[in-house]
Design a protein around this ligand. Structure first.
Ligand code: PBG
Length: 322
């Protein structure tokens, strides 16, 4: 008699659901991406990313302050320079837009962790992530420039360097350069597993980094591969990465799960621009409940094994969670 199991007993009220909930999001999990551009008084909305802006340094500082006020402790910066050239020299210029932005935030916002994206695509006129010869992105000459970029970001005050360029050997190159410059305490959050994804579209509008020819499939990963992801992560682990990132997030939950089970390093996932834009767009049409879907997506990313989530929803969600 009475042999049926009754899991509904633990679902009847919010109090009991809260008691047995397995995955909890906290504002501490979030990293808030910010786009910094030249000028003053600039706060230009990215058309494909409602609620996300290109910010001049004065507004950037305000935004970082507001995020901190809402409980978000970490930001990741993307520089959008006015001048671009074939070798992305503004990426490693001492007075480059990103370097000035780091100094301003560190000077004016208390207790905020500044992470910097480390790549050349926002700084090159051709929009690729490295230097080009005969239509190909050269690996080793690019490493040198990425290493210079990392050191200049650390010198400006960056707390964590996040290389996203997908050149072979980038973690070792950046680690060596940082150590040599006296930044052996600066962690590297590697975009270890970064797929060549259609979900980056809106970001490229925000950063003006669409490749002028070809695409990134010769250096970013094929979405079909998981064994290759393990190999990429293994290499970054061995080269000294402190945190491993998977990107994008929602279409790659299986990868997040596999990486988090195999490596004893913190795992990050990037809920990218296209993931954000889809939720915003469908919500605007009245087709989904934005807050609910955003929360559900972020919960699933954490449930899959990512303790750190880079998300454009960081501030809205932090407010919601507190
Ligand atoms: C490269 C970089 C990209 C993103 C983060 N770092 C774009 C790309 O590889 O084309 C995408 C992030 C997003 O879509 O939100 N520097």
């Amino acid at each position: 008699m009475n042999l049926i199991e009754r899991p509904r007993r633990l679902r009847r009220t919010e109090s009991i659901r809260a008691l047995v909930r397995e995955t909890r999001l906290s504002p501490d999990d979030f990293v808030y991406p910010l786009f910094v551009c030249e000028g003053e008084g600039v706060r230009r909305e990215v058309s494909s990313m409602p609620g996300v802006f290109n910010l001049s340094i004065d507004h950037l500082v305000k935004e970082a302050e507001a995020a901190r006020g809402a409980g978000v402790r970490s930001v990741i910066l993307f520089g959008v320079p006015d001048q671009k050239d074939p070798v992305g020299s503004q990426a490693y210029a001492e007075d480059g837009i990103t370097q000035r932005a780091i100094r301003a935030i560190k000077r004016e916002v208390k207790d905020v962790l500044v992470i910097t994206d480390n790549c050349l695509c926002e700084y090159t006129d051709h929009g690729h992530c490295g230097v080009i010869e005969s239509g190909e992105v050269l690996n080793d000459p690019t490493l040198e420039l990425l290493a210079r970029t990392a050191v200049s970001q650390a010198e400006a005050g960056a707390d964590i360097i996040a290389p996203s360029n997908m050149m072979d050997g980038f973690v070792a190159a950046i680690r060596d350069a940082l150590d040599e410059a006296g930044f052996e305490q600066t962690p590297i959050m590697s975009y270890a597993v970064k797929y060549a994804s259609g979900f980056y579209g809106p970001f490229r509008e925000a950063a003006g980094s669409t490749p002028q020819f070809g695409d990134r499939r010769a250096y970013q990963m094929d979405p079909a591969n998981v064994r290759e992801a393990m190999r990429e992560a293994e290499m970054d682990f061995e080269q000294g990465a402190d945190i491993l990132m998977v990107k994008p997030a929602l279409p790659y939950l299986d990868i997040i799960r596999a990486i988090s089970e195999r490596f004893d390093l913190p795992v990050a996932a990037y809920q990218v621009s296209g993931e954000y834009a889809m939720i915003k767009a469908a919500a605007r049409l009245g087709w989904i409940d934005e807050e609910r879907v955003a929360l559900e997506s972020l919960t699933s990313i954490k449930r899959a094994g990512a303790g750190i989530i880079l998300t454009y929803f960081a501030v809205e969600m932090a407010k919601r969670l507190s």
